[in-house]
Write a protein that binds this ligand. Structure first.
Ligand code: SF4
Length: 456
């Protein structure tokens, strides 16, 4: 089912909302749940014997991209990463002592920052340290984010050798003027060359990220980027909407504000993006993500088995995620935990021999039910009442009487169809799934004011 662009409805429903990489979202985490609670829940998690997903955060970058919304440390001076890696090894010791050794890792991801800030030797050592503490399944999905500007042949060799099988590269925009304005200059030829080398090296899947809403972008200019990306033939594409928040990210003040595309122009860009990638054969997964029809994300969505976690869409529903490094978030079945965000706090806590978690959230009964409903809307384009009733022993129509009533307007607008036994997202509603999900968000309901980014 293709997504259909309807400008009037997008305008009507465009309002702040979470991206639901978790439910409840990270804005609900609080400091009542710290390391002690985490340890208790880690031990308990062994009873479930669920496989593991590991996330490692490498917060260093060579240069600041002016649009960036991440917490990063900018430094050309190599050497600062070494003590950080040592602390990540120590953090792994602190956490892995509570995890049964027979729980296999079926998913592993290095994000950042820039994971290829590390040298080939550091990459090999780091991976070896992970293997010492956690058994990695031979069919595990092992992925890494790469910055093409600094990617060397030796790094490609090292990441392949240790076992990475998926890579993700930030392209953002190929227009030289836009690249200058955002302080990320990376010519098309360079990206093409790196993609070819990654393919030759035999990586199973190559993802690329784009951003729309950057200075000097127009529908016409961004269309050229989109056409070139289609030629590059990546397996997955994420096209994010740029959030201009200079009051929170002061470096964004260096962007030429007057050159930012208007809300109207951003909609024109989005319409073109949806149209071009779909007609080039990509499946619109949702929330700015596209994948080839044979890609496992698209297959899982067709089967109704897709899920979301802090890295976005995933086929690994039911795994428990352990996050390592500053800012990382872990997701156990019944709880979420986040590490200290600044290096100072992270370093201090690990040096004191304590797990560096500073806040978290423990789901209540209602959260479990709503999480299942929201994830089905976000990932699998609808909710089957029977499935939820069976899982949680509730009567769906009674439990969600108010929500079903509120959804009537969206049904009249053609976003969804409420049937006897399910809610289905219709093509026009696919770009507004967050709005449908938000109706089921009890935490959002409680808040008078929200401060999330706009839904588009
Ligand atoms: S490379 Fe990535 S993480 Fe680093 S500053 Fe640029 S956008 Fe941010």
């Amino acid at each position: 089912m293709k997504a259909e662009f309807n400008k009037e409805l997008i305008k009507k429903y465009d309002r702040p909302g979470p991206r639901y990489t978790s439910y409840p979202p990270a804005t609900e985490f609080n400091e009542r749940f710290g390391a002690e609670e985490y340890i208790k829940r880690l031990i308990k998690s062994n009873e479930r014997k669920t496989p593991l997903s590991l996330y490692f955060h490498i917060p260093f970058c060579e240069q600041r991209c002016l649009y960036c919304g991440c917490n990063v440390i900018i430094s050309h001076r190599k050497g600062i990463e070494e003590p950080y890696l040592e602390r990540v090894y120590k953090e792994m010791d602190l956490v892995s002592q509570y995890i049964d050794k027979d729980r296999k890792v079926i998913q592993l991801h290095w994000g950042g920052g820039t994971p290829n800030y590390l040298s080939p030797e550091q990459i090999k050592k780091f991976f070896g340290e992970i293997e010492k503490r956690f058994p990695i399944d031979e069919n595990a999905e092992i992925s890494i984010e790469l910055d093409p500007r600094y990617l060397t042949d030796e790094q490609i060799k090292a990441i392949k050798e240790v076992g990475f099988n998926r890579v993700s590269m930030g392209i953002q925009d190929l227009n030289p003027k836009v690249q200058q304005a955002v302080n990320r200059v990376q010519p098309y030829e360079l990206i093409k060359e790196k993609m070819e080398k990654l393919r030759e090296a035999g990586f199973e899947s190559i993802n690329v990220d784009l951003i729309y809403g950057l200075p000097y972008q127009t529908k016409e200019s961004f269309e050229e980027t989109v056409e070139k990306v289609i030629e590059l033939n990546p397996d997955r594409i994420a096209t994010y909407s740029f959030a201009y928040i200079p009051q929170i990210k002061p470096h964004q003040q260096l962007l030429p504000k007057e050159a930012l595309p208007s809300a109207e122009e951003k909609l024109r860009i989005l319409e073109m993006v949806i149209e071009r990638f779909q007609s080039a054969g990509y499946v619109y997964i949702g929330m700015d993500h596209f994948a080839k029809p044979h890609d496992e994300l698209a297959v899982a969505q067709r089967k109704g088995e897709l899920w979301r976690n802090f890295q976005g869409y995933t086929t690994k529903k039911g795994v428990e995620l352990l996050g390592f490094g500053a800012t990382s978030i872990g997701m156990l079945y019944d709880s979420y935990f986040q590490n200290w965000k600044t290096l100072r706090d992270y370093n201090k806590t690990v040096d004191e021999g304590r797990i560096p978690v500073f806040r978290g959230y423990v789901l209540n009964e209602d959260d479990f039910i709503r999480r299942e409903v929201i994830m089905d809307i976000m990932c699998n384009l609808g909710v089957e009442f029977g499935k939820i009733e069976k899982m949680f022993s509730i009567n769906f129509k009674e439990y969600f009487e108010r929500e079903l009533e509120e959804l009537r307007e969206m049904e009249e607008d053609g976003l969804i169809k409420i049937e006897e036994d399910r809610i289905r997202i219709l093509p026009v509603g696919r770009l507004l799934i967050r709005n449908v999900a938000m109706v089921f968000d009890a935490h959002l309901r409680k808040k008078k004011e929200v401060s999330f980014s706009k839904t588009i």
